[in-house]
Write a protein that binds this ligand. Structure first.
Ligand code: IYR
Length: 218
């Protein structure tokens, strides 16, 4: 037996049919996840958001230090302030801070500096990464850890029938101030969450085929 504390671990063994069924179901759910920019104002129960955050919190992390905080905002006054902060940065981004090449690369997505979704969506989840622990000791692989947690967050929300936008109105410092976060936290992503608007449309884009992203050597 190892010297560090351990507990037994088992997961259910699946037959090939069940393996395929579960894998294909999850692939189907994730394939229909889209980044959405047109949200309904229809409310979403807090419990749904809490479940998604609980799921995000199951992610692996450097030294299991779980260097993340998820701030969920439904207060209209706060959402308004966040929108104003984001649009101020985005006006600078679209108005010269992003290169011509960058703007060209975004043209097919139809994005601009107007961010009504930050007030329309019933929830904004702001993901913070903890650069250090609250007492100043270091965290490890913070970007990787928080990225993994955020992926699980998006997957949970999609499985619960919700749409998300992974928004990065950089720099995002304004979120520390508005949300009154401690000095060890930095904003990682701003995620509007809700149901798609009735007339919601998304860009006509394709994902790479598995063959394009997969190398197998046996
Ligand atoms: N943050 C801006 C610009 C933007 C940048 C990338 I890279 C995108 O994939 C999409 C948008 C915005 O949110 O509009």
């Amino acid at each position: 037996m190892p010297k560090h504390p351990t507990i037994p671990y088992h997961i259910e063994s699946l037959n090939p049919e069940e393996t395929a069924r579960r894998g294909e179901d999850f692939l189907q759910a994730m394939s229909t996840r889209r980044t959405v920019r047109m949200f309904s104002t229809e409310p979403v129960p807090e419990e749904v958001i809490r479940r998604a955050v609980a799921t995000a919190g199951t992610a692996p992390s450097g030294a299991n230090l779980q260097p993340w905080t998820f701030v969920a905002v439904s207060d209209p006054a706060l959402k308004k302030e966040i929108r104003a902060g984001a649009e101020e940065e985005e006006r600078r981004n679209y108005g010269g801070r992003m290169s011509e090449t960058w703007l060209d690369d975004l043209a097919h997505l139809g994005t601009d500096e107007d961010k009504p979704m930050l007030e329309d969506a019933p929830w904004l989840i702001v993901v913070f990464r903890q650069n250090t622990r609250p007492d100043g000791r270091q965290n490890y692989y913070v970007q990787e850890s928080v990225g993994l947690a955020t992926g699980l967050l998006l997957a949970s929300l999609r499985l619960q029938g919700l749409a998300t936008l992974t928004h990065t109105p950089s720099p995002m410092n304004f979120l520390c101030r508005i949300l009154d976060r401690p000095a060890n936290e930095r904003p990682y992503l701003l995620i509007p969450v809700g149901y798609p608007a009735e007339d919601c449309r998304v860009p006509d884009i394709r994902r790479k085929e598995v063959e394009e992203i997969f190398v197998i050597r046996k």
